[in-house]
Design a protein around this ligand. Structure first.
Ligand SMILES: [Zn+2]
Length: 333
């Protein structure tokens, strides 16, 4: 029996935002949007609790996208003047805002949804923030001139928000760093140091999520081109094992990552992705258990949590919730 949690996002109700999209348009505005976000967050918590998930999250119902939700609260970023740019080493083109001056957190970024979630669940509560390296890869820099410098500037602001989230009663703060899988050398050079800066001094549990991305077309094509074995984690895991971060979340179900690689994460909790977010087929509890058993051959059982491979934002709601139930049913076997 293993503790269960989610990587981060859950699909939003269709009355709140366009379904099936990674960058959905809101369907409400002003006070109605705030109320909609509130209601959707409560539903997300209730669905996780009823599915039997142990460490729940807000389902990222309050943000349009996992990176831009945080950026919206930062001074020095121009959202009016967006440019198209290739991100994740040109895997896809995205319209991104530009950094035009020194960065500063204008106000708390996530107080509303964090405090709301805390007020409505007695479960352990996880909150996700984008990692500094991934943010630096999702904006156009016109000010800092160097990616590492830009990432450290973001790391300071992330740390400010993360400390406040811990004061709100958040138990686990997770930074999402899909860029670690794309820029392996830079991740080891300065990416992990920037991540540690973001997590500096946090009394709560800290986590990092690395993955091969949401189940969208561009990612499926990229994964198909990576060959029979995905060994990207091999370069980053030893450095992560030496880091101050407590937990590592990664994609395992239906991925071609050799499971033995998690053995490189000595001393860390491993959040084993046991739910494929790129497929609508609902996993069985037996499939989840089988994967957990394979993971347990490389990491002590007490250090394993079962998780989703990645965020579920673009999925259909009924499928996402059925998958969460399957994840939690493993313990009943
Ligand atoms: Zn992910």
């Amino acid at each position: 029996m293993f503790a269960t949690t989610i990587a981060g996002s859950l699909p939003k109700p269709a009355w709140l935002a366009e379904p099936g999209k990674l960058w959905p348009a809101w369907r409400l505005a002003g006070a109605a949007l705030q109320e909609g976000i509130r209601d959707a967050t409560l539903l997300a918590i209730k669905e996780q609790e009823d599915a039997g998930i142990d460490i729940v999250g807000d389902g990222e119902q309050a943000r349009q996208h996992f990176v831009h939700g945080f950026l919206a609260h930062i001074e020095g970023i121009d959202f009016e003047d967006q440019v198209e740019m290739g991100i994740r080493a040109d895997r896809y083109r995205a319209l991104v805002p530009q950094v035009k001056g020194p960065l500063r957190l204008r106000r708390r970024a996530h107080a509303f949804e964090a405090q709301l979630a805390r007020a409505h669940t007695n479960k352990r509560l996880k909150f996700t923030l984008p990692g500094p390296m991934t943010i630096a890869d999702t904006v156009a820099d016109r000010h800092y001139g160097e990616r590492a410098k830009l990432a450290f500037a973001f790391a300071e602001l992330l740390n400010e928000e993360a400390r406040a989230l811990a004061r709100d009663g958040i138990d686990v703060i997770q930074f999402d760093e899909p860029a670690f899988n794309v820029f392996m050398a830079e991740a080891v050079d300065w990416g992990i140091a920037a991540l540690e800066r973001a997590a500096q001094g946090l009394a709560c549990t800290t986590a990092v999520h690395i993955c091969y991305g949401y189940g969208i077309e561009a990612n499926i094509a990229w994964k198909a081109a990576l060959g029979g074995e995905w060994r990207q984690y091999e370069r980053v895991f030893p450095a992560l094992a030496r880091s101050t971060i407590d937990q590592v979340s990664l994609e395992c179900q239906n991925s071609r990552v050799p499971i033995a690689l998690i053995g490189l994460l000595e001393g860390k909790d491993v959040l084993v992705g046991a739910i494929d977010v790129a497929s609508d087929t609902i996993e069985t509890a037996e499939q989840v258990a089988e994967l957990a058993a394979r993971a347990a051959a490389h990491v002590p059982k007490s250090r394993i949590q079962l998780c989703t491979n990645c965020g579920m934002a673009p999925m259909r709601r009924e499928i996402a919730f059925a998958k969460l139930a399957a994840l939690a049913r493993e313990r009943l076997l």
